[in-house]
Design a protein around this ligand. Structure first.
Ligand code: FAD
Ligand code: NAP
Length: 440
């Protein structure tokens, strides 16, 4: 804990959040330090008690939406020992995986890969540390460092911040989560508490909505599952080869340099590589199930397309959802045990997380943070340190911002920027700062 008069070590990097993005950075700097004259010092802070990647959606048969070659390292360093292939080798499954002829591992397998990698950089991360404030450390008019405080009051001092706090569940306005109203991110944490359900309502037609619908339909063979969404039908994600180039490292360069209207157009053209879309195999599986039920005359997978949940109210034993057809206005009242909102995610708001430091940051005319190509937030000159964003940069760097596709390359770029800026710092700066005032 930082008390007045106590000496606080200064890290080159304090990373907030330890999902795949900052895990990949921890690996990149570990590899960098192996040959560096001056190692990069870092401390990552994660609020979860242990490593976890969207645990609430670790459905047994769900697969990755990205090639295993876009793991934590390969696109940056194909010779890295932190690759998915090295993981497979250690787990004794390399040959089996090759025979599988499959680019898209199970999500539970990739989770295990992430945990395997995280365990190797355990010295760099502290779990159970939720960052609650970030404060500037001033020397005169200049912001010299950042003080990052976690919930229990411990403070970590940084020359550079890397925010990798991921996504937040998005719920329609006014919806409050409880035992009967969930966001899909809580699915596996909550599903065990459901006893003898009669009906579920699932809102949304993205990958999450389709996965939750299929999962509940299989898990509860006596229950009806009603999927409610505004589209005509589930639509496939475009993972064709040319469109997939939107995830290339070069596409980040092109997107970054493009005028604003072209950026908007690109996001519009290629939103269907990621948003409100579903893996084609899962669409086929859901269609097969619905058709089978039509043949058998026993319907419990019900699709309410071109529809919206007009009213959702809690009842004594569950929820009552009134579903309205957007074409006819016809309303259907559904008494359900649970409504699951699979209504997507929003990036964490970096400006909110930066607290007092946010006033040193520059925004564009739409109030969004200005970010350099190296993912460093534009700041006033009085702020000497670097604030880097992993996520929340779709407006500047494009659609890979919240995804794994470019993570390995992005962390290499961030690390390179931090190392280069350190090399350009004036020599002879004392290392220790005493309670916000540099010791001379
Ligand atoms: C169910 C699901 C499946 C997905 N599958 C894929 C896929 O197959 N391919 C793909 O490319 N993308 C996928 N995505 C997109 C997803 O955003 C990325 O896979 C990935 O999670 C991004 O990593 P991240 O580290 O940036 O964010 P996250 O994984 O969200 O990690 C952020 C971390 O920060 C921590 N944190 C947040 N706030 C604080 C705080 N104040 N203090 C301390 N810690 C904090 C969180 O606990 C979390 O561990 C998926 C998303 C979901 C929801
Ligand atoms: N297996 C996996 O790897 C996996 C699993 C789950 C998720 N993911 C990833 O996670 C990311 C998010 O996917 P997602 O499915 O969670 O979210 P999403 O793609 O953003 O889809 C959200 C869905 O909710 C609907 N919606 C949003 N707000 C609504 C509202 N107020 N009322 C009614 N409907 C509303 C949207 O409708 P519209 O159609 O009108 O937009 C859309 O159908 C994607 O990158 C996806 O690939 C991956």
């Amino acid at each position: 804990m930082s008390q007045p008069g106590t000496e606080v070590p200064v890290y080159d990097i304090v990373g907030v959040g330890f999902g795949p993005s900052n895990l990949a950075l921890a690996i990149a700097l570990t590899e960098h330090n192996q040959n560096a004259e001056q190692p990069v010092t870092a401390q990552f802070l994660e609020r979860q008690p242990q490593f976890g990647w969207h645990r609430g959606m670790l459905i047994d048969d769900a697969t990755m939406q990205v090639s295993f070659l876009k793991d934590l390292v390969t696109m940056r360093n194909p010779a890295s020992t932190f690759s998915f292939l090295c993981y497979l080798q250690e787990r004794g499954r390399l040959v089996d995986f090759i025979n599988h002829k499959n680019l898209f591992p199970l999500r539970i397998e990739f989770h295990d890969y992430f945990e395997w990698a995280a365990a190797q950089v355990d010295d760099l991360v502290a779990y159970d540390k939720e960052v609650v404030s970030i404060k500037p450390v001033l020397r005169g008019e200049e912001v010299q460092y950042f003080d990052v405080e976690e919930r229990a009051g411990q403070v970590f001092r940084a020359r550079n911040l890397v925010l990798g706090t991921g996504l937040r569940p998005r719920l329609p306005e006014g919806v409050v989560r409880d035992d009967h109203v969930w966001h899909n991110s809580e699915l596996l944490a909550r599903v065990g508490s459901v006893q003898d359900p009669k009906r579920f309502v699932v809102v949304g037609a993205g990958q999450s909505g389709a996965e939750v619908t299929a999962f509940l339909h299989e898990r509860f063979p006596q229950a009806e599952v009603c999927a409610v969404f505004s589209r005509y039908g589930y639509s496939p994600s475009d993972d064709s080869s040319f469109a997939n180039r939107i995830f290339d490292p070069a596409a980040v360069d092109e997107f970054y340099a493009a005028p604003e209207d072209v950026k908007q157009r690109l996001i519009g053209y290629h939103a269907n590589t990621n948003y409100s879309v579903v893996d084609i195999d899962l669409i086929d599986e859901l269609y097969r199930r619905e058709y089978r039920e039509k043949v058998r005359g026993v319907r419990r997978l019900r699709l309410f397309n071109v529809s919206r949940p007009a009213r959702v109210v809690r009842t004594e034993s569950g929820v009552q959802a009134t579903v309205e057809s957007l074409t006819t206005g016809e309303r259907t009242v559904l008494d359900a045990d649970v409504v699951v909102y699979a209504t997507g995610y929003l990036p964490a708001d970096p400006a909110g997380q930066l607290g007092e430091v946010a006033r040193y940051c520059l925004s564009d005319e739409q109030g969004r943070l200005r970010v350099d190509r190296d993912y460093r937030v534009w700041t006033v000159p009085a702020l000497r340190g670097g604030i880097y964003l992993q996520g929340g940069t779709e407006h500047t760097h494009g659609i890979t911002s919240s995804l794994l596709s470019n993570t390995a390359v992005r962390v290499g770029e961030i690390l390179q920027s931090i190392v280069a800026r350190r090399a350009n710092e004036p020599a002879g700066q004392p290392e220790l700062v005493i309670s916000g005032v540099r010791s001379e």
